[in-house]
Ligand binder design. Structure first.
Ligand SMILES: [Zn+2]
Length: 208
């Protein structure tokens, strides 16, 4: 039975690495997994999914107005598609998530969507909200905050490591713009370890 999967996480959790592994697993079994990624994300060149661990592969692109049901249907007619893997799925529109659901229901092809749950302001992306509503299967890919707790938030930081609270939802610039934090450190705006009051007084005494 085909299903619609949403594998979500904060930034830098290895989502693309898992996607590339899933793609390889299909290939190894002689199956055809179609990989899609968002056109607006051109960090690494056009039509490529790149994992931070240093591997990449070509991918078909979807733009905001791409009908991904029709895209997959036409490729499926050329050569049977056994699975669809979508990277950067937070950038899908609600309509595109509904199209992904039809790929599962009408074409009976499993769809695995990988993406961020929330943006740097802690709000759901459109694609992630629709996937949380419509997916058959939700899976959290875990990563950790600098404190060791599970990181659930993606913070945008400036050049000094300060957490930025305002700006455009999408700012494609490189992974060093973002850091994954637990809720407490995200809400406190602590993107890295801060000295507590005792540690500060010890340092002040030593300097005196
Ligand atoms: Zn933390």
């Amino acid at each position: 039975m085909a299903s619609l999967y949403f594998k979500y996480a904060a930034m830098n959790s290895g989502k693309s690495t898992q996607l590339l592994q899933a793609h390889y697993n299909y290939l190894e079994r002689g199956m055809n997994a179609l990989a899609l990624t968002a056109q607006l994300d051109d960090r690494y060149g056009v039509g490529k999914i790149t994992a931070r661990i240093g591997i990449d592969m070509p991918a078909s692109l979807y733009a905001p107005d791409t009908d991904i049901f029709e895209l997959v249907k036409s490729k499926h007619e050329d050569a049977p598609v056994h699975a669809v893997l979508i990277d950067e799925a937070q950038f899908l529109s609600r309509s595109q998530v509904e199209q992904a659901a039809r790929i599962v229901d009408d074409l009976k092809i499993p769809v695995m969507a990988y993406g961020l749950k929330t943006d740097f302001m802690g709000q759901l992306f459109e694609g992630s909200e629709a996937l949380l509503c419509l997916a058959d299967n939700l899976e959290e890919i875990k990563t950790i905050c600098w404190c060791g707790k599970k990181a659930t938030q993606t913070a945008r930081i400036d050049g000094n490591g300060n957490v930025v609270r305002q700006g455009a939802q999408i700012s494609i610039g490189g992974n060093d713009q973002y850091v994954s934090l637990c809720r407490k450190h995200y809400m406190r705006g602590e993107s890295k370890p801060m000295l507590d009051a005792d540690e500060v007084s010890v340092l002040l005494e030593a300097a005196a």
